[in-house]
Design a protein around this ligand. Structure first.
Ligand code: ADP
Length: 985
């Protein structure tokens, strides 16, 4: 150190200085030859080469500077420098050395290092060009630093971003300010890079730090695209995304997409893509091909049906649409449209169903705006399709009362319950209809709708009214009807109870109000029935139930529970068995006490009348008996006298007597017949007889009478009347006798013709025509109907002249009616009359029997031995004479007992038995005789009483002849019965 001329004082100062001081050679390598302790401690000791070169200093750079910064081991130290002043000094003095504190800032070196190696692009510029750029520009944008220095930046910036950048530049104000912007900067390869920039402006410069955020931005861009794509899909569908990378030639799908397309999530894009639906494969291939061909702006949607008939929708976008260059990627979305299509179809269907519903429907909002008004609704109101009805108030004109709709849509607290209203509507044709409006609140997506349905209930209302009326009517009827109505049920367990009782039951059964309730029990009802009538009530009820036949019963019930008075009740019911096995009677009870009283009065009256009738009958019987007895005597005596050759005068007198007696006999016979017919006791017999013979007999029998009345009586018989027919020849004779007698009576010196003709004969029947015609006085037309009435004659005075009772024609008509014929009359006053009728007879098979022949045979036999039982001597005398005249023998007894004994002792051919006799009457005697003998018995009686005639038959008589006895009739009867008896024997 010495040799350099540095004195020790200087050295001492240096040495003791707290600041670093060192001295270095002024020639290469500028060795540090003296340093103080401070320097040694901080720098010197750790220096490998103790020289300025070792410290990394280029001393030339500091020649004109008074200070230099020295960096050692990451620390900066500042030194003042003293260059050699004189030629003798050949060293540099570095003094006042101290560490430069950077307070965390990098050192210059570090800063430079940072600038050089930063991943961010750092640039400094002025106006619109750069003056500094770090080297990061190359990896980011591909340029060398020099290529961008001092060139206008605008040409590199994406035209769309220029505006924004200009704005950032233009902003003035503070001298030092910051700005931020993002921009697309064209790289050397022509591709824009996204740069995120912050810029600091100073007075004349700007400093930019920019970072490449292309990746992030592309990702964002892609996301934005996907979102945009996804927005294309309808709401609420599950959207899958897929992406095609043209570099890798793969298709990748997210999970939803692979589920929708039913494939794995990465598929190599080849001709045949495994596991992908054929249709979809084709679609992808077409799309990718078109992307490759078109190369730019791929942005479209399409739809296809896969093999499972699902409708799939695709929306596609390529990255070229963003970058304006050849697409390297395609992104897309896919969703299954089928559920939505199905849903749409469903909605359409529901809409259609609502619209076409057979119910008139209206759907409205809570404020009455119409949301749906279906066709039936329009029909109901008569609103044309084109007419717009937007609000419920538009319907006001159709209703009798306006604003009723407000009530319908009022939302009550009851929620979705259906509320019903009734409204009067005037139909399109002016009819008044009753509508039932049903209103229901429905919430859809928190929106309230009100469904209104309208139903025409006019018919129902009318029906209900009619029902109500008929109900009232029936109610009135059941209440007003005399008596009471009830319904009685017999259930399957045998329990009987009333299921209905009308109010009337109260009064019929004399029930008190409180009894009515208990009365449903049948036993209560039964306890009220009269004990004598109860068996009948029960028996008839049981029979009705068994046979299911209507029940009717008259019985007595107590007027009230306490009393012992009874009233008469008529009960009637009709049973019906129900499906459940129960039996129901619908019936009524009515008070017939009054009727019963009336009936009993009637019964009494009837008994009185019957008694009177009996008296009349008895009287008639008695009178005829009393008349017949003397008539018998007169007739018998006259007959005897005429047999004893009287002189002419006597003979005339006797004939007059005979005529009078005959007339009387006819009259009595008529009366008896009339009574018999009236009482319905006359029966028509069916016995065989020959028509021709009968008619001949009748004419023959009347020929004397004809001669007497100076009339010609002629019979005109038609062909074929020799037939045997079955009928009542006695009654037919009576009819013809009546008509011929009348004709002879009302004709003087004229002609009476009797015509009989066989009109038809077939099927075992013969129709025969009878006519009695005269040319007498005739009958005035006004009297022609009257003469057939009972006791009627043309003029009562006639009877004086002609006799008669006026009963003949009445009896004739009635007899013919009984025989199945009908009499007709043709007559002219003064010219004559004709009575005619038809009768149908059954043909008889026993034609060969000719009883007349048998009678004839017997008639010729004179050996008949008769028993006469007759208590009256006159009668016995007359009858005896007649019998003698016939040449028969007889034995007389005077009572029944004698008669019985006589028959026991002797044999008779026939017994003539009087009825009324002392000791034993004719009835008892005949009964006795018939017990042991076959001898025929003929009753002789003057009695006309029907009962007697009936008893005659009962007691076994073989015949009957009325007193006064007609001799010829008696002979005929004797012959008949004897012949029959012989035949039997
Ligand atoms: P009557 O016993 O009085 O004859 P009818 O009933 O036989 O009673 O006759 C009734 C009346 O009819 C007679 O009274 C008579 O006036 C009239 N009449 C009946 N037949 C004839 C006839 N053939 N010619 C004229 N009048 C007749």
């Amino acid at each position: 150190m010495q040799e350099r001329g540095i004195n020790s004082t200087f050295k001492k100062i240096i040495y003791e200085s707290s600041e670093m001081v060192f001295l270095a050679d002024d020639s290469f390598p500028y060795n540090i030859f003296y340093a103080n302790e401070s320097f040694e401690e901080q720098i010197g000791e750790s220096l490998k080469e103790k020289s300025l070169v070792g410290l990394g200093l280029d001393i030339n750079a500091y020649i004109f500077k008074e200070e230099l910064i020295l960096t050692h081991e990451g620390k900066d130290y500042a030194f003042r420098i003293e260059l050699p002043q004189e030629s003798s000094s050949n060293y540099f003095l570095f003094y006042k050395g101290k560490e430069v504190r950077t307070h965390g800032l990098p050192s210059k070196k570090e800063a430079q290092q940072f600038f050089k190696s930063s991943l961010d692009l750092i640039a400094i510029g002025q106006h619109d060009y750069l003056t500094y750029l770090n080297h990061t520009v190359h990896p980011i944008l591909g340029y060398a630093v020099e290529e961008l220095l001092n060139t206008s930046l605008c040409s590199f910036i994406h035209e769309d971003d220029l505006e924004e950048i200009r704005d950032v530049w233009k902003q003035t104000g503070e001298v030092e300010r910051l700005g931020f912007f993002n921009t697309r900067f064209k790289g050397k390869d022509g591709i824009y890079r996204y740069l995120e920039c912050s810029v600091q402006f100073t007075a004349d410069r700007f400093f930019i730090i920019a970072r490449d955020c292309s990746e992030k931005s592309n990702k964002k861009e892609k996301e934005a695209q996907l979102i945009a794509l996804k927005n294309l899909a309808p709401d609420h569908v599950k959207v899958g995304t897929w992406h095609y990378d043209s570099n890798l030639e793969v298709l990748s799908f997210d999970i939803p997409a692979s589920m929708i397309l039913n494939c794995s999530n990465i598929i190599e894009f080849k001709k045949d893509m495994k596991g992908v639906d054929k249709e979809i494969q084709t679609a992808f291939q077409v799309q990718v091909a078109s992307v490759k061909k078109d190369e730019t702006n791929l942005d479209f949607s399409f739809e296809l049906k896969n093999s499972s008939n699902q409708t799939l929708c695709f929306s596609v976008k390529s990255d070229s649409a963003v970058k304006g260059e050849k697409a390297s990627e395609i992104i897309g979305i896919v969703w299954d449209e089928s559920p939505r299509i199905e849903l749409q179809q469903k909605i359409k269907l529901h809409e259609k169903l609502l619209f076409d519903s057979p119910e008139a429907l209206l759907i409205v909002t809570q404020s009455g705006e119409i949301f749906l008004f279906n066709q039936e609704g329009r029909n109901l109101f008569g609103i044309d399709e084109n007419e717009k009805i937007l609000h419920l108030s538009d319907l006001n004109t159709y209703f009798e009362e306006s604003d009723q709709w407000k009530e319908w849509i009022e939302i009550s607290g009851t929620g979705p319950a259906v509320r019903r209203f009734s409204s009067l509507l005037v139909s399109p044709i002016g009819e008044q209809l009753t509508l039932e409006v049903a209103s229901k609140l429905t919430l859809i997506d928190e929106k309230s709708f009100i469904q209104l349905s309208f139903r025409n209930i006019s018919e129902k209302v009318t029906l209900e009214k009619t029902l109500e009326e008929s109900d009232d009517f029936l109610m009135n009827l059941t209440e007003q009807v005399p008596g009471g109505l009830y319904q009685l049920v017999l259930d399957t367990e045998g329990k009987m109870s009333f299921s209905f009782l009308s109010k009337g039951i109260n009064s019929v059964l004399g029930l008190k109000a409180d009894e009515m309730g208990q009365f449903t029990d049948i036993s209560v009802a039964i306890s009220r029935v009269h004990p004598m009538d109860l068996p009948n009530v029960i028996l008839t009820s049981v029979a009705s139930a068994r046979k299911q036949q209507p029940w009717q019963c008259q019985f007595r019930v107590k007027t009230n529970q306490e009393s012992n008075d009874y009233k008469w009740i008529l009960g009637a019911a009709r049973p019906q068995s129900l499906e459940n096995g129960d039996m129901v009677w619908y019936g009524y009870l009515t008070d017939i006490t009054d009727q019963k009283q009336f009936e009993s009065k009637l019964d009494e009256a009837r008994k009185v009348a019957e008694k009177a009738n009996q008296i009349k009958s008895d009287f008639l019987s008695m009178i005829s008996h009393e008349l017949r007895t003397p008539l018998n005597a007169i007739s018998g005596s006259t007959y005897s006298l005429l047999q004893e050759q009287p002189n002419e005068h006597q003979k005339s007198a006797l004939n007059t007597i005979n005529f009078a007696v005959d007339n009387l006999i006819i009259m009595i016979n008529d009366l008896l017949d009339f009574q018999k017919i009236e009482a319905g006791k006359l029966t028509i017999e069916e016995n065989p007889f020959q028509l021709e013979e009968l008619v001949n007999q009748i004419i023959k029998g009347l020929s004397f009478h004809a001669r007497d009345s100076k009339n010609a009586l002629e019979l005109h018989l038609g062909e074929g009347l020799g037939i045997w027919v079955k009928g009542d020849k006695t009654r037919l004779s009576q009819v013809l006798n009546n008509l011929i007698t009348n004709a002879l009576k009302f004709t003087h010196e004229g002609k009476v013709d009797v015509k009989v003709q066989l009109k038809e004969q077939k099927n075992g029947k013969a129709r025969v025509y009878f006519e009695v015609m005269d040319n007498g006085i005739g009958i005035a037309s006004e009297n022609q109907e009257m003469i057939f009435n009972d006791f009627d004659q043309v003029k009562p005075t006639f009877s004086k002249k002609y006799g008669g009772t006026g009963l003949g024609l009445s009896i004739t008509r009635k007899l013919l009616n009984l025989m199945g014929g009908a009499i007709a009359l043709h007559s002219e006053e003064g010219k004559g009359s004709s009575f005619y009728f038809d009768l149908v007879f059954n043909l008889s098979e026993s034609q060969n029997v000719t009883p007349s022949k048998a009678i004839g045979q017997i008639a010729h036999s004179n050996h008949l031995n008769l028993l006469m039982a007759e208590d009256n001597d006159v009668n016995a005398l007359v009858l005896g004479k007649i019998i003698k005249k016939w040449g028969f023998e007889f034995h007389r007894v005077v009572n029944g007992e004698e008669a019985v004994n006589a028959v026991k002792n002797q044999t008779y051919d026939c017994i003539l038995m009087d009825i009324q006799m002392p000791v034993m009457d004719g009835f008892d005697a005949t009964k006795e005789i018939k017990k042991f003998s076959q001898t025929p018995v003929i009753a002789l009686t003057a009695a006309a009483k029907l009962e007697i005639l009936e008893r005659i038959e009962e007691c076994g008589f073989d015949g009957f002849v009325a007193k006064p006895i007609d001799a010829a009739e008696l002979l005929k009867k004797i012959r008949e019965v004897v012949s029959e008896s012989n035949q039997r024997a």
